[in-house]
Design a binder for this molecule. Structure first.
Ligand SMILES: C[S@@+](CC[C@H](N)C(=O)[O-])C[C@H]1O[C@@H](n2cnc3c(N)ncnc32)[C@H](O)[C@@H]1O
Length: 395
């Protein structure tokens, strides 16, 4: 019987789901093979996908913290470790809809597993979740080498069902954190995207290879994530310092061995007043997708006056109008754009711009196709700005 796999999403589950659908699609797995078992745990059933591909897919993702295979029978899975007889490091996590009783259940189950191993003369080390958590975090799984030296048993609970799985890997949080905090250049005034979101956006373009262009490249977060995935790059910006930052950050990531050999070009472009030479260059370049975040105003600490939000939104609209005029000239049918439209929290409620007001009818909005009708948003708790993600295809 073929294996079934689970994928556990991070904090932005609807966005993660769309990313998962998009990346599985690249490997020929259709959306209906992906079941949303709980809000954040997805089950993939497909006889054609090998374990190697599943690993490759997980390693591409920005929005997932853990993946593994489902167990047919939970009572026999220890046999493998008992047969080996060597010391086992293990953990137990409850994923999904958690209840108060889960921590008691978790303690009991881990005690039983430890006893069973001991009865069979297998020494073991149990790693418990931190504080009152019922789930090990990725750092604990990585630091204690749980996957290599033993197992993490996951109890995956929906409202009325419960299944068991074994973790095969967790997100490479160190590498994401390194690109977020250790890169040499960050423009704090302009704001930067979290690399995980940048990664998800690149994945939402649904491409395996090609050239990704970020026309508002800032400090280069999107270009670096696209480069990590092996894409060639174009990065442009109106600001000379942003161009320098992007270039230096790409070089740094390359020196750190985070990216392989790719081609890239970083150049000046004001999307509102594009010069003919740059347009000619863009026309000749076989760009596969644009992935971008526009200028959204300086970082905000408190709720905005609605007039200020309207001003920021008018600027965003202006930038996008410029960009889409350029895209009309330099792209073709089927071209993909993944972009952010901000919403601002104002004293009069949330304010944003409709995607149709920006792109008209010449572009198809693919969000529903990928997300099952849910909004694709990235917003931290108590945040004043929400980033709404849109995926568009030129008609
Ligand atoms: C929010 S920042 C992008 C940040 C970037 N995603 C990152 O993570 O570093 C927006 C960028 O848009 C650029 N920008 C503003 N007006 C522009 C224009 N007319 N044409 C091109 N770029 C522009 C700014 O210089 C800024 O670097």
């Amino acid at each position: 019987m073929s294996k079934q796999y689970f994928f556990e999403a991070g904090s932005f589950q609807d966005l993660s789901y769309a990313e998962l659908v998009s990346v599985f699609n690249l490997y020929g797995v259709s959306k209906d093979r992906i079941q949303r078992f709980t809000d954040k745990v997805f089950i993939v059933r497909d006889n054609e996908v090998s374990e190697e591909i599943i690993k490759k897919i997980f390693n591409r993702l920005g929005g997932f913290v853990r993946y593994g295979y489902l167990l047919d029978q939970v009572d026999t899975f220890l046999a493998e470790y008992i047969a080996k007889g060597t010391k086992v490091t293990f953990g137990v996590s409850v994923l999904g809809n958690s209840h108060k009783q889960d921590s008691i259940f978790l303690r009991k189950l881990s005690g039983e597993l430890k006893d069973e191993l001991k009865r069979n003369n297998v020494p073991s080390r149990f790693i418990r979740p931190l504080n009152r958590e019922i789930e090990l975090n990725a750092a604990q799984v990585l630091k204690n080498e749980i996957v290599e030296k033993g197992f993490e048993l996951c109890i995956i609970k929906s409202e009325n069902d419960e299944i068991y799985g074994c973790t095969m890997g967790v997100q490479d949080i160190e590498s994401f954190a390194m690109r977020d905090y250790d890169r040499p250049f960050t423009d704090v005034k302009m704001g930067t995207l979290p690399p995980k979101l940048a990664r998800m956006m690149v994945n939402l373009a649904g491409l395996k290879e090609g050239i990704v262009w970020d026309p508002f490249c800032g400090s280069g977060t999107i270009p670096v994530e696209a480069a990590v995935l092996g894409f060639d790059l174009l990065g442009s910006d109106i600001d000379e310092q942003a161009l320098e930052y992007t270039e230096k950050n790409i070089e740094w990531a390359s020196d750190k061995g985070l990216i392989g050999i790719i081609k890239y070009d970083v150049f000046h472009l004001d999307v509102k007043e594009p010069d003919n030479r740059t347009l000619a260059k863009l026309r000749k370049t076989p760009i596969s997708a644009v992935v971008c975040e526009p200028y959204m105003g300086p970082p905000q600490r408190s709720t905005l006056f609605s007039g200020k939000a309207e001003l920021f939104l008018a600027r965003v609209e202006d930038l996008y109008r410029g960009l889409f005029d350029i895209l009309q000239e330099v792209t073709h049918e089927g071209f993909i754009v993944v972009m952010i439209i901000p919403s601002y929290k104002t004293s009069w409620g949330w304010k944003t711009i409709g995607v149709r007001d920006i792109v008209g009818k010449r572009w198809e909005v693919l969000n529903t196709e990928l997300s099952g009708g849910r909004d694709l948003k990235w917003s931290r708790k108590n945040s004043i700005i929400t980033r709404n993600i849109f995926i568009l295809r030129r008609k």
